[in-house]
Write a new protein. Structure first.
Length: 473
């Protein structure tokens, strides 16, 4: 099951795979900065223990792209990164980086290539323990014969940029892992290379430090136009990539284009509606091999928690726990709507929630309504993917009618059209929940729908529950 934002390019084991880029990637140049042709790396060739680390790799990487090599240990992703870095030479095939065939470079030319074209960030930091933080950063410029005063100035600029300037005179071992990695990034950038290579750069970091490093890479790619090529086995990082290159047994088995990256790279607004990252991409990217039933079972307790939170007023912990368990069972279709009502209506002593009949009826009906609408959205989703206009319009109409059931105001035809537009963009995840709510509340003459704040909040909350439940159903 793939993310709706990922376009898969199926590859064969032989031949040159197709190279495709998302439309409107306005920060990515059309000319490839890295070109790999029929490349293999073979160890112990011809012997009984012959091993192919890479086998028939064909790939083009464009200037300004963010590429991730993704796969299990031993898949060849680090070897491929080393080939691009010029640290290994292919047994067969060609590797061109910025027009240079690395296999044909002399040792001096290769050294110049390392200094000027690529910067590399390692999992283990690879800082020299006997040198200060500043001296570690400026070391590559010594080999370029940059004057001492100038290289120290350059180093301090980068240390300040990554918020480790106060440690310039300390030794690396005095810093935390995250701080050491930021120093490693500064060192990789000291010669301002166009290509930044990352070999499991967050592998030794805690989640907060890892996130900080990923945001640095993202900023360098989006704002400083660095071509970033990263190796990872962590699916949570796939969100950042323009393309994900999946590897197994030394081969590229598929390439996925991250459609959501278009939105991040694109203009700041869609027809007056701001755009943001979507919430559930990461889950769908992280578990591409799960069946819809597996994902449904995994997500049901979380969906129940969110739906019950929407229903809550003043209930104690035990009542909330019973409600969540009951709603989970209803979402998994192991109990009927009538049985859900019975649990809501039954007394605490008999294992129920103890609601009065009217509230129990209202809550069970609301769970059913939202679940049914979510099913409808999911069933009609193929129309969105296939650009079938009538199917998509029917989905928007059904969602709008459901959202307006408890709305007491009056909307003009123009406001209805504006609301349809907002629903469309939210269904396509071009805007997030906060932007949708702000769009509903914004005056019509200013490009919004023109509802009041309370109505905008209530409608937005209900829509978010529908959006949440449609995933994994």
């Amino acid at each position: 099951m793939n993310s709706p934002f990922l376009t898969t390019i199926d590859l064969k084991n032989t031949g040159t795979p197709p190279v495709d880029l998302p439309d409107d990637q306005n920060e990515i140049e059309e000319k490839p900065i890295i070109r790999i042709k029929d490349l293999s790396v073979i160890y112990f060739a011809g012997k009984n223990n012959e091993s192919r680390a890479l086998d028939g790799i064909n790939l083009e990487i464009y200037s300004g792209e963010y590429i991730i090599f993704f796969g299990p240990s031993g898949s060849g992703k680090s070897t491929l990164l080393n080939i691009i870095a010029g640290l290994e030479i292919p047994t067969v095939g060609k590797i061109f980086v910025d027009g240079q065939n690395l296999a044909h470079l002399s040792s001096n030319d290769l050294n110049n290539f390392h200094r000027k074209k690529t910067g590399m960030v390692f999992q283990t930091y690879n800082l020299i323990p006997s040198l200060s933080v500043l001296d570690n950063v400026i070391l590559p410029q010594i080999f370029k014969r940059v004057r001492s005063q100038e290289r120290k100035k350059n180093g301090r600029i980068l240390l300040k940029k990554f918020n480790v300037d106060s440690f310039e005179n300390r030794l690396p071992q005095d810093l935390s892992g995250g701080q050491q990695q930021r120093v490693g990034i500064a060192r990789a950038l000291i010669n301002d290379p166009p290509i930044l290579l990352s070999d499991e750069a967050t592998g030794n970091l805690d989640s907060e430090a890892a996130q900080n490093v990923l945001e640095i890479f993202n900023s360098l790619n989006l704002h400083e136009k660095k071509t970033v090529v990263a190796v990872t086995h962590n699916p949570e990082q796939l969100f950042y990539a323009d393309r994900i290159v999946y590897m197994k047994d030394g081969k590229i088995i598929k390439i996925e284009i991250n459609e959501q990256r278009k939105i991040i790279r694109g203009e700041n607004e869609y027809g007056g509606i701001k755009k943001e990252r979507t919430e559930l991409d990461l889950l769908l990217q992280a578990y591409p091999d799960l069946s819809s039933m597996q994902l449904q079972v995994m997500m049901a307790p979380f969906k129940a928690k969110m739906l019950v939170a929407y229903l809550l007023s003043n209930f104690d912990y035990r009542e909330i726990e019973i409600m969540e368990a009951a709603v989970t069972r209803r979402l998994l279709k192991t109990i009927s709507q009538e049985e859900l009502f019975e649990i809501f209506d039954s007394s605490i002593e008999s294992g129920g929630v103890g609601l009065n009949k009217n509230t129990a009826l209202k809550f069970s009906a609301l769970v059913e309504e939202v679940a049914v609408k979510a099913d409808f959205i999911q069933e009609e989703a193929y129309g969105v993917r296939e650009n079938k206009k009538s199917s998509f319009e029917r989905t928007i109409d059904e969602v709008r009618k459901s959202l307006l059931e408890e709305y007491n105001g009056e909307l003009s035809l123009s406001q209805v059209a504006a609301l349809n537009k907002g629903i469309e963009y939210r269904l396509l995840s071009k805007i997030g929940k906060n932007e949708f709510q702000e769009y509903l509340d914004r005056p019509f003459e200013n490009g919004g729908v023109g509802m009041n704040k309370r109505s905008a909040r209530n409608i937005s909350r209900k829509f978010e529950v529908m959006m949440l439940l449609k995933f994994g159903r």
